[in-house]
Design a protein around this ligand. Structure first.
Ligand code: HEC
Length: 153
C-alpha cells in the first residue's frame, strides 16, 4: 500500500558524508604544512620578499637561492652563516658583503633591516640558510655534495 521511495535521500547523505570526511582529512594536512614552515619564512614574506624573489628572475635584489648558495660556499656551519648574515642584515656594507662584486654594482647595497628584532633576524637568516641552493632546487639534503662543485656553476 505505502510506497517507499527513499532512493534520493541516502545518496544525498552519502555526498554530505564525503564532504565532511574530505574536510576533516584536509584540515590537519594544512595545519601541519603551516606548522612545519618556521617563522623565518613569515619574516621573509613580510620584510624581504618586496625586493628578493626566491628564484631568478630577480626583482630589485639577488634571488634567495643564489644567496643561500653563496653562504654555503663561504661558511661550513649554519651557526656561523646565520651569525654573519644577521650582522649583515643589521648594518650592510660593501666590505661585509660576500656576494660577488657584481651584485652590489647591479642592485646597490641592501638597506639595514633596522625594524626587525634579533629573534626575527635569526629566524629569517636560518630560513635563508636552509633554502635549496646551487641552482638545482633539490632541497637541503644535497647540500654536502653540492658544496664541492659550487664554483663550477
Ligand atoms: C629594499 C630592498 C631589500 C630588502 C627589503 C631586503 N633586501 Fe636583502 N638585499 C638587497 C640588495 C639590493 C642586495 C644586494 C646587494 C648587497 O649584497 O647588499 C641584498 C643582499 C642580501 C643578502 C646578501 C648579503 C651579502 O653578503 O652581500 C642577504 C643575505 C639578504 N639580502 C637577505 C635579506 C633578508 C633576509 C631580508 C629580509 C629580512 C632582506 N634581504 C631584505 C635588497 C633588499
Amino acid at each position: 500500500m505505502t510506497k517507499i521511495t527513499k532512493t534520493e535521500e541516502p545518496s544525498a547523505m552519502k555526498h554530505l558524508h564525503m564532504f565532511v570526511i574530505a574536510g576533516v582529512l584536509a584540515l590537519p594536512v594544512l595545519q601541519n604544512a603551516e606548522a612545519a614552515s618556521t617563522e623565518g619564512s613569515a619574516v621573509f614574506t613580510r620584510n624581504c620578499s618586496v625586493c628578493h624573489t626566491f628564484n631568478p628572475p630577480p626583482k630589485t635584489a639577488p634571488p634567495i637561492g643564489p644567496i643561500a648558495g653563496q653562504y654555503h660556499r663561504k661558511f661550513t656551519s649554519k651557526a656561523e652563516g646565520v651569525d654573519y648574515m644577521v650582522n649583515f642584515l643589521k648594518t650592510p656594507s660593501k666590505e661585509k658583503s660576500i656576494m660577488p662584486a657584481g651584485a652590489i654594482e647591479r642592485f646597490g647595497l641592501m638597506p639595514p633591516m633596522a625594524g626587525l628584532s634579533e629573534e626575527d633576524l635569526k629566524a629569517v637568516a636560518g630560513w635563508v640558510w636552509d633554502q635549496p641552493w646551487g641552482g638545482t632546487g633539490q632541497g637541503t639534503g644535497k647540500s654536502k655534495k653540492q658544496q664541492g662543485n659550487g664554483d663550477c656553476q
